[in-house]
Structure formats: structure tokens, C-alpha cells
Design a protein around this ligand. Structure first.
Ligand SMILES: C[S@@+](CC[C@H](N)C(=O)[O-])C[C@H]1O[C@@H](n2cnc3c(N)ncnc32)[C@H](O)[C@@H]1O
Length: 215
């Protein structure tokens, strides 16, 4: 399963829909994140940019908002929206979640909605977030987890991964990834009842946490 095959599936599948507005129930990370005037925020898997746009007033003219997404269709639509709305503090970059190109310790907060489940290497994504967050930086992520391990034939199936369930890991594995990356003060803000998705059962949850401050 290459990043390019997932990108093609995602471009095709999400030309008009995103998890948070379609039939899936994750989303809303922006609502829960602390965002202050002048801060820099990043959305991992920003799609059409809806959540980032909702933060513009909170970071103000001196802030900066950056969306990361591998799908050229998503980046093009989001960039055009920012341009037509004159939102010069918002930009979108076509990059992978585990290789954002952001500078070390340059970001105040990260959000992500229903995107990290797609990534084949979630450990690498959270290591990357830890790297680009400033000491004391925070994140809020809304994502999907599987109630039991996803059978191998789906875990590597580009259709199942693009549909937000093939790449899901268990809750325990997800939380272990966050701890292993170095995050602390983890708090599960929302946790849904299990629901059927494709051939498996999943839940959506919203988690927040922090990179430790320098002491
Ligand atoms: C289900 S959509 C969610 C979009 C947006 N966060 C929202 O809530 O509206 C998932 C997004 O993650 C992006 N994505 C998936 N895997 C990615 C990866 N490995 N690197 C960068 N973006 C990725 C997809 O292109 C897609 O735009």
C-alpha cells in the first residue's frame, strides 16, 4: 500500500465529503483546542480546511495556520477557499503526516480530525507532531479506533484504509503510540459507542495531550 495509492483513493472518495461531515462521527478537534492570539496551529490531514478556517478569529491576524494533506485535490480546494476569503494567515501544504517539513519546535498547537487512522505508520506521525510542537505545545485529535485488531487483509487494503477503518488500531495501541512519542497529560474528551464500519466495529474518540514543557 503506497502513499500514492491512498492519495488516489482519497481524492476519488472524498471529492465532496469528509469524515466529520459525512456518515462518520469524528470531528470537532478545533472546538476543544486552546488557541490564542498570535499562535501557530497545524491541522494534520486538513482536507478542505474547514476546521482550520474555524480557528482564524481565535489566532487573529498575527497568528498562522497550516494545513497538511497528501491529497492534491484537498490542498487545491482548501487553498482556493483561503484565497477567495482573503485568509492570508492560512496555508495548505501537500505533505505526508509523518513528514510535514515543519521546523522543529515551531508550532503551538496541533489538531487532527479523522486523518491519522489513514497513516500506515502512526508512531511516525506522532513522533513528527512531537518534533514540530514547541515545549508545552498541545494537541487535540479526533480519530477512529478499532474495538479489536483489524484483520491483516483489510489493514493493508487501500479502499478500507481510505474509508477510515482499514488502518484503525485498537484504543490501547493508539494510546501507547501517544505515550511512546513522549506526550503527557493525556485526556480522552469524548469516546463513542462502538459502531459498524466496513467489515469491523470501530469507535470515534477525541484526545488531548501535551508535549512536556522545558524544565
Ligand atoms: C477523512 S478526511 C478528513 C479531513 C478533515 N480533517 C475534516 O475533518 O474535514 C482525511 C484526510 O486526511 C488526509 N490524509 C490521509 N492520509 C494522509 C497522509 N498519510 N498524509 C497526509 N494526509 C493524509 C486525506 O487526504 C484527507 O483529506
Amino acid at each position: 500500500m503506497s502513499a500514492r495509492s491512498i492519495e488516489l483513493k482519497i481524492n476519488e472518495r472524498y471529492s465532496g465529503l469528509c469524515c466529520s461531515t459525512g456518515n462518520l462521527s469524528c470531528g470537532g478537534a478545533a472546538e476543544h483546542v486552546e488557541a490564542r492570539t498570535g499562535e501557530c496551529g497545524v491541522d494534520l490531514g486538513s482536507g478542505r480546511g474547514r476546521e482550520l478556517f474555524s480557528l482564524v478569529d481565535r489566532v487573529g491576524n498575527t497568528g498562522r495556520l497550516i494545513g497538511i494533506d497528501l491529497a492534491d485535490g484537498m490542498v487545491a480546494v482548501a487553498t482556493e477557499t483561503a484565497r477567495t476569503q482573503g485568509l492570508s494567515i492560512v496555508e495548505f501544504r501537500q505533505r505526508e503526516l509523518h513528514d510535514t517539513g515543519l521546523e522543529d519546535a515551531s508550532v503551538d498547537f496541533m489538531i487532527s480530525n479523522c486523518a491519522i487512522n489513514h497513516a500506515p505508520d502512526k508512531d511516525a506521525v506522532y513522533r513528527e507532531a512531537f518534533r514540530f510542537l514547541k515545549p508545552g505545545g498541545r494537541f487535540v485529535v479526533s480519530d477512529i479506533y478499532a474495538t479489536s485488531e483489524v484483520p491483516a487483509q483489510f489493514a493493508h487494503d487501500p479502499d478500507a484504509v481510505a474509508e477510515c477503518w482499514g488502518g484503525a488500531v485498537t484504543r490501547e495501541a493508539y494510546l501507547a503510540t501517544l505515550v511512546n512519542a513522549g506526550f503527557h497529560a493525556l485526556e480522552v474528551l469524548e469516546d463513542s459507542e462502538p459502531y459498524a464500519k466496513g467489515s469491523i466495529e470501530v469507535c470515534s474518540f477525541t484526545i488531548r495531550g501535551r508535549k512536556p514543557a522545558l524544565t
